[in-house]
Design a protein around this ligand. Structure first.
Ligand code: KG4
Ligand code: ZN
Length: 336
């Protein structure tokens, strides 16, 4: 069967076409208009989605030589995310579903991220049991997965890790999006460690807890920046090391306690170069990380999550009056 997946939860307008589990094509338009403000402006994000969505759907359908009559399913992100952004994807999906009589399904954005390492992979390779580090602009969580049930093990007490990258980049006036820019500075630093000068020392908060915290680290960055004792790049490098170290240490703590040897690392921050290699030293651990192009928000992960559940009879079609759920949690809906 052919199906269309739509993702518009934040600032990426993304559509994907699948033939069963096989991704035929994904088109993602990242909204660059937010560059100047240093963060996503919700009203502008939804306007951009509504300007882009029709064109992206039309393009992908024609490039794949498909008509809407060929589609067996439409799946769209229901939440969590920005209400007006989610709404654009949902309206597009509902409209097509209604006009062409195509069954409509909804997907939890976080569940989409969880399946992002398996886009265009053999679905048999998805382990039944795993620990998941979900690190994005909106979330910093450790989760436990058993088949399709997801349980939250830990969360952040304040900011998310991705948000802290974005805020620190803004404080140091490094540019947007913050994660990628700071990671770039870190990679340059590795080539020549003396180039940034001495590094400030930042502490990992809540060291003996599995809970995360990022707002204190951001405040320390601000203080150091004001004191001007270190270069901006040195502060950025030190920030990144500490931010990633916090993710790694707490994930290792959980892995040890749970005695599970499968780890998924997902969400926008899974693009981070240091994070991607931080578990290489753990013996007998199978690490599943999305390809770089699927680390940040995209419709391919929404389609993959849908298909895995659909194949296993773990998802029901939605009624046409389905609505967005901006604060959708994990483990609390039929998308668990
Ligand atoms: O998953 P995502 O695309 O959107 C949400 O669902 O939140 O994640 C976006 C986040 C941003 O905060 C961005 O700064 C961060 O992912 N990010 C990174 C890197 N690339 C993107 N953080 C650290 N290192 C990176 N290389
Ligand atoms: Zn996301």
């Amino acid at each position: 069967m052919y199906f269309l997946a739509i993702e518009t939860s934040c600032d990426d307008t993304s559509v994907a076409i699948f033939k069963n589990e096989k991704l035929l094509q994904v088109k993602t338009r990242t909204q660059l208009v937010h560059k100047n403000s240093g963060g996503v402006i919700p009203e502008i994000a939804s306007r951009e989605h509504s300007n882009n969505i029709d064109e992206l759907i039309r393009q992908i359908m024609s490039e794949e030589n498909l008509t809407f009559e060929d589609l067996s399913v439409i799946v769209v992100t229901q939440g969590p995310g920005l209400v007006n952004s989610l709404q654009i994807g949902i309206i597009a999906a509902k409209t097509l579903s209604m006009i062409y009589n195509i069954p409509l399904y909804t997907m939890n954005h976080l569940v989409g991220h969880i399946y992002s390492p398996f886009i265009s992979q053999q679905l048999e390779m998805i382990p039944e049991e795993a620990i998941i580090l979900l690190a994005s602009g909106g979330h910093t969580m450790l989760l436990y997965k058993k088949k399709f049930r997801i349980k939250e093990l830990s969360n952040t007490r304040d900011d998310s890790v991705g948000e802290s990258f974005d805020k620190v980049a803004r404080i140091l006036e490094l540019g947007y999006p913050g994660g990628k820019v700071i990671d770039g500075i870190y990679k340059d630093y590795l080539k020549d460690e003396s180039s940034v000068g001495e590094l400030p020392k930042f502490k990992i908060p809540l060291m003996n807890s599995i809970e995360f915290s990022y707002s204190g680290l951001k405040s320390k960055v601000l203080q150091e920046h004001k004191k001007q004792n270190y270069s901006k790049d040195a502060i950025a490098v030190s920030f990144m090391k500490t931010a990633i170290d916090q993710l790694v240490k707490k994930t290792k703590l959980i892995l040890k306690e749970a005695k599970i040897n499968n780890l998924f690392i997902v969400g926008g921050v899974s693009a981070n170069s240091l994070l991607r290699e931080s578990f290489n030293d753990v013996k007998d651990l199978n690490v599943f990380i999305p390809e770089m192009q699927f680390t940040t928000d995209n419709a391919a992960m929404i389609g993959t999550a849908f298909y895995v559940k659909y194949k296993n009879n773990d998802i029901e079609p939605s009624a046409l009056d389905v609505d967005s759920i901006p604060r959708m949690g994990i483990g609390k809906t039929n998308n668990e």
